[in-house]
Structures are given as C-alpha cells and as structure tokens.
Design a binder for this molecule. Structure first.
Ligand code: ADP
Length: 401
C-alpha cells in the first residue's frame, strides 16, 4: 500500500509517493508553470527495481486539472509496477485551516464546504489546495483524502502571542489573529533536529528558520510552538523574496490616500513586488549574491536587510524562550547559502550562537555548523514538506481511522 502526497500551489503541483507503513519514497516530481502559456514542465522520477528512473517533459498545462491528470496517468503506470498497487490515501497540503482544523482530517463534503469558507483568510493559497483535493477525489475515488494544515502546528500559541493589539471583537467575530504558516516544515525540521541532538522534540528549546521564497521563523518550546513570524496571512514577519514582511499598516493608507493606489494594487505590491525584489529588483538570492559581487549596492543593502530582520527575530525568540538549545536553518536559502547563515548569526556570540565558518562553508546537506563548545547548536536541516505531510497523514490514519 502507498500514500500519495499532493502539494498543490497556484502555479505548481508537487507530489511524492511513499510506501506504507515504512514511508520509503517510491516516486516524486512536480508540474511547474501551470496555466502559463507554452511553459509547462513535468518531471517525475520513480524507483524501478532498485534504480531511479527519470522523465522530463515540456508541455503546456492549461490548468490544475490538466496537471493532475498528467500526474495521475504517470503514477498509474508506476503504481501498477508495485507489488500491491493500492494508493490507500492522498495527503494534501492545505495552507489555512483557520481555528477549526487543529489536526489532519479526512475530507468529505462538509470539510470541502469548510475549506471553501476559509478562502477569504488565504485567497492566494487555499483555492489551489482545494482544487487539488477535488480533482484527486474524482480521479482517485477509492483513496482516503486527508487534508494536512500548515496552520495546525500553531494551534497551541498562547493568546498573548497570537492576538494583535486590535479590538478583541475583531478576533472573536472576524477571526483576525496570528495563524502562522509553513507549519509542516517547522515541525518536520524540529523533529529532525531533535533526533540529531539525540532526544525527542519535547526536550529542547529551538528556533527554526525556514528561509525560502517565503520565509518564516518559529520559537518552539519543548515541542510546542509558542511564537511565529507569519501572522494573519503569510505576508507578515521576515523580508521574503517578493513579500514585504513586517510593515507599519499606515503605509497602506498612505499609498491609497496620497498615491491613489487601489487596495487590489497595494495587495499585489506587498505580495509580489516587495521584499528582496522590491529592494533590488531581484528575488533569487543566488542572483543577488552575484549582483553583490559585481558591485551592486542595492543588492548588498537588500541582503543586509533580509539578514538583519532574521537576526532581530532570533533575538526576540531567545527572549521568548529564555534559553536556546538549537537554531535550525532550512528552506532553499537556509539550506544552500552559507553567506546568509553567517550574516544572520553574526554578532550573536553573547547569546551562545556562533558559526564555524569552515564547517558552514563546506557543509553539504544536513549538519552542525556551530563552533565547538557553543551553548547553542546551529544546524542545517533540509526540509521535506511532502514527507512531513506523509508522516502526519499516516499517523492520523493509524490512530483515528
Ligand atoms: P519556496 O518558498 O518557493 O518553496 P525554496 O525553499 O525552494 O522556495 O527557496 C527558493 C530560494 O532558495 C530561491 O529563490 C533562491 O533564492 C534560494 N536558493 C536556492 N539555492 C540557493 C543557493 N545555492 N544559494 C543561495 N540561495 C539559493
């Protein structure tokens, strides 16, 4: 038996197929650039008689339905090769579960309706997640569809951490609070870090930094997340590839009143044209690093601002946790940029955080980058959101289904 994980985003569909109960990877891949004319790409790799086989196709994928059909057709071939060709469950990433979904759930009509009602809280993410679920339900009707929520990791945040300084009725009646996102990633790397430190997650105090196109920090006190940088939406907190992160809300009124911008265009500006891209015209840190080498000052300032914001959150979360056992870097930037890791930790020696430059620069994959005898272990742990979803969905099915 196997479990398929679908991570359906606005322009991409990532998937991984795992065997049950061992969760060994059987196949993985993605459809990218969905609904972008003439640009679609579908790649898949699967294990065949102990060897990985890969296929890469460029083609147009008009919409999510076309993408998921391509995935289902390829997987069908692969699943037939398995000794027991049954997909027991499909685990879906759902970005926003509001206050209703605190753990994974088996999807039925009522859950679909509830997910639809949550769209206003995550208009940029939940519609694509929902589309993935509905298409999987029709293409794989015999499999249990399990929704796993990014927000669920934060359901134990204390009110003093999740409330904004707004009239309380806005929380009670309109659900305006900090929800937090990237939960699957933070929870996955936290348990990997704990395993690395030689114990279970409930023994350690950690700060996890997911630095990718989207970026967020989490303070985790012995397995319980107590604060996180993303808020009501994934726009708050760290400076990101194209999102602004923390911002004085008055900027929005000023843009509207003084510069005549509509709220739609401000929303677009803050989500798609701000962050690193807004500061230097480029959102990809690889390109920013090469711009810095060519002497581009804006690129230099943009990366400084990015790392400075991360450092501020590390300091804030050290105060929140009181003490710290480990600091974890993950996400495309956190996993691959020694330069960014070094800058984020620069000057934090008094907090027991220091990076061994050589270990940091030479690390490939997972490992420790803090110097010897440092109070805080600094780790790099590659995230695997699909594996994290498979773990959560299969545990849930074992215990409740
Ligand atoms: P997403 O949030 O879209 O999942 P990822 O976690 O894949 O993003 O991170 C993507 C980002 O990782 C890229 O925009 C790029 O800035 C950064 N990145 C990837 N490889 C490197 C590298 N070798 N050096 C620096 N940054 C990198």
């Amino acid at each position: 038996m196997s479990i398929l994980v679908l991570n359906s985003g606005s322009s991409s569909l990532k998937f991984k197929l795992f065997s049950l109960p061992s969760l060994a990877l059987l196949a993985s891949g993605a459809v990218e650039e969905i609904a972008i004319r003439d640009q679609g790409r579908f790649h898949i790799k699967w294990l065949q008689k102990g060897t990985w086989v890969e296929e890469d196709t460029c083609s147009q994928f008009e919409d999510h339905e076309a993408a998921i059909q391509a995935v289902a057709a390829s997987l069908d071939r692969i699943i037939r090769l398995l000794p027991d060709g049954v997909v027991k469950a499909v685990g879906h990433r759902v970005v926003h579960g509001g206050e209703r979904f605190l753990e994974p759930v088996v999807v039925n009509g009522e859950v679909i309706e509830a997910l639809r009602e949550l769209i206003p809280l995550a208009p940029l993410h939940n519609p694509a997640n929902l589309k993935g679920i509905e298409l999987a339900m029709s293409l794989m009707p015999d499999a249990l569809q399990v929704a796993v929520f990014d927000t669920a990791f934060y359901h134990g945040l204390p009110p003093y951490s999740f409330l904004y300084g707004l009239p309380l009725w806005l929380y009670r009646e309109a659900g305006i609070r900090r929800y937090g996102f990237h939960g699957t990633s933070h929870s996955y790397v936290a348990s990997q870090a704990a395993a690395h430190l030689g114990g279970s997650v409930d023994r350690f105090k950690m700060i996890t930094l997911h630095l990718g196109n989207g970026a967020s920090a989490a303070a985790i006190d012995r397995g319980q997340c107590v604060d996180t940088s993303m808020g009501f939406t994934p726009l708050e907190g760290l400076i990101m590839g194209t999102r602004c992160g923390d911002l004085d809300p008055s900027v929005i009124f000023f843009l509207n009143r003084e510069l005549g911008m509509s709220f739609e265009s401000i929303e677009e500006l803050l989500n798609r044209d701000s962050g690193l891209k807004g500061l230097c015209g480029e959102s990809d840190v690889r390109e920013i690093l090469s711009m810095i080498q060519r002497g581009n000052n804006d690129a230099s300032t943009a990366l400084e601002a990015f790392c400075y914001r991360v450092k501020k959150y590390i300091g804030a979360y050290m105060a929140v946790l009181g003490e710290l056992d480990c600091l974890v870097f993950t996400g495309g930037i956190g996993e691959n940029s020694p330069e960014v890791r070094e800058r984020c930790c620069d000057g934090l020696e008094t907090f027991g955080i220091a990076i061994d430059k050589e270990a940091n620069r030479s690390l490939k994959g997972q490992g420790v980058i803090s110097g010897a005898n440092r109070r805080v272990q600094v780790l790099v742990i590659p995230t695997d959101e699909e594996y994290g979803i498979a773990i959560q969905a299969s545990k849930f099915l074992e215990s409740k289904w």
